[in-house]
Design a protein around this ligand. Structure first.
Ligand SMILES: Cc1cc2nc3c(=O)[nH]c(=O)nc-3n(C[C@H](O)[C@H](O)[C@H](O)COP(=O)(O)OP(=O)(O)OC[C@H]3O[C@@H](n4cnc5c(N)ncnc54)[C@H](O)[C@@H]3O)c2cc1C
Length: 373
């Protein structure tokens, strides 16, 4: 490999989108992952994509979400044309249920020019007739969208392959080989990988690399469980209440998520998680009581001790970069994260404060574990 080659560690949505972004800019990329099939958080997630307007975003973290919301339709049709795989991107709209309207949030949405509307009880009946009428403080976001995660990962993988990205699966990177301020290689059970630049997109497993680089930010797993149910109820919009949501997938399938559990690298599912999600779904839509549960899975979100992801160059190495710790927002911010990493690597100016993502930040507020397993 020559000094322009890039190795990315971790083929979740952040690593794949970054590989795609670099490869389409004619950079030679290799992507290494420890698990075949990469059924990690990126596969397990709900694929909710909130709306946004990057030109009016209040801070770099909002910019990531807003820019991605603008990039997703373009990326999705590009991937469809290129690979013939439809990732299911669809502006289905979303209904957020709250106990009272929050004027501070409404001001922030208005400042970013995000379309939203308080829904009267009467309109709610026609928009979501099956919603329990006790949930009457509802805000409608017509531009909220969704994507089918497994299809999106498949499309990105295929596109990367077509662009010449080399994949190394079932290969765990165990350490960095350094010479002064330079990373010269990566250690693995299958030998050493050399390149000019290295990017760590290892999701909740990124912590080991941060420790090696003496970066005082913690990245850790927070488990989320998810149910897939089959129902004959027709509904189109995503329904969100606090940390829970129902996402209609078409053909009577609905996703119900999600728990937030601090249980280490334990990717199993629990009967308590299943019951909690089922109860929560029925509290929102009582008729889901008759729905059939057809699948139940979990994923490990990359929690971060900062309240935003860690994106940028390591302060300890001239050619090592991180894009990790996206917690609940990794899918919805993946296209802009990839663009940002590419612009940092190629020293382009995107007009946002890159340093924001590498500064130490406030302590992460993880909810008390919902369930112990
Ligand atoms: C139930 C659930 C619902 C969610 N819903 C949403 C949602 O609606 N919208 C949203 O935006 N986000 C959502 N998220 C969060 C989102 O899925 C994550 O933020 C995102 O997937 C993180 O992507 P990633 O690429 O950083 O990590 P991952 O998907 O975890 O990928 C990291 C990869 O790195 C590999 N790796 C790690 N260490 C090594 C190593 N040493 N050597 C080689 N490979 C390594 C792993 O095998 C893995 O494949 C959800 C998450 C869950 C669990």
């Amino acid at each position: 490999m020559d000094s322009q080659d890039v190795i990315i560690v971790g083929a979740g949505v952040i690593g794949l989108n970054t590989a795609y972004e670099l490869a389409r800019n004619k950079i030679k990329v290799s992507l290494i992952d420890q698990f075949l099939g990469y059924r990690k958080a990126s596969w397990a997630g709900a694929g909710i994509i909130p709306p946004g307007n990057p030109d009016l975003a209040a801070n770099p973290a909002d910019w990531l979400r807003a820019k991605s919301s603008q990039l997703f339709p373009v990326l999705s049709s590009e991937l469809l044309q290129f690979t013939n795989i439809n990732n299911g991107y669809f502006k289905c709209g979303g209904l957020e249920l709250t106990s009272c309207y929050d004027e501070t949030n409404e001001q922030a949405w208005a400042n970013e020019n995000i379309n939203f509307e308080r829904i009267s009880e009467i309109n709610l009946k026609s928009l979501a007739p099956h919603l329990d009428p006790k949930h009457c403080k509802t805000t409608y976001f017509p531009e909220m969208a969704q994507i089918r995660n497994p299809r999106h990962l498949k499309a990105l993988t295929e596109a990367c392959k077509l662009l010449g990205v080399r994949f190394y699966n079932d290969c765990k990177i165990t350490g960095l080989i350094k010479k002064g301020q330079q990373v010269i290689g990566l250690e693995s059970g299958s030998g050493v990988f050399n390149a000019g630049q290295f990017i760590i997109t290892a999701g909740p497993w990124s912590g080991d690399f941060l420790q090696e680089e003496k970066i005082d930010t913690h990245i850790f797993p927070i488990r989320g469980q998810m149910l897939l149910m089959q129902t004959s109820l027709p509904f189109k919009e995503i329904i969100l209440k606090e940390k829970c949501y129902i996402v209609p997938r078409g053909e009577g399938l609905v996703l119900v998520g999600s728990t937030e559990e601090d249980v280490g690298f334990n990717g199993s599912t629990t009967s308590e998680g299943k019951d909690y999600l089922f109860k929560m779904a029925c509290d929102l839509i009582p008729q889901l009581n008759n729905a059939k549960i057809i699948d139940h899975w979990s994923g490990l979100r990359p929690g971060c001790s900062k309240n935003s992801p860690l994106i940028g160059k390591s302060p300890e190495s001239d050619n090592l970069y991180f894009a990790a710790g996206h917690f609940r927002q990794g899918l919805q911010t993946s296209p802009a994260t990839a663009l940002l990493i590419k612009s940092i690597l190629m020293q382009e100016d995107l007009g946002i404060d890159n340093q924001y993502f590498m500064k130490p930040n406030e302590q992460f507020q993880v909810s008390k574990p919902l369930f112990q397993s």
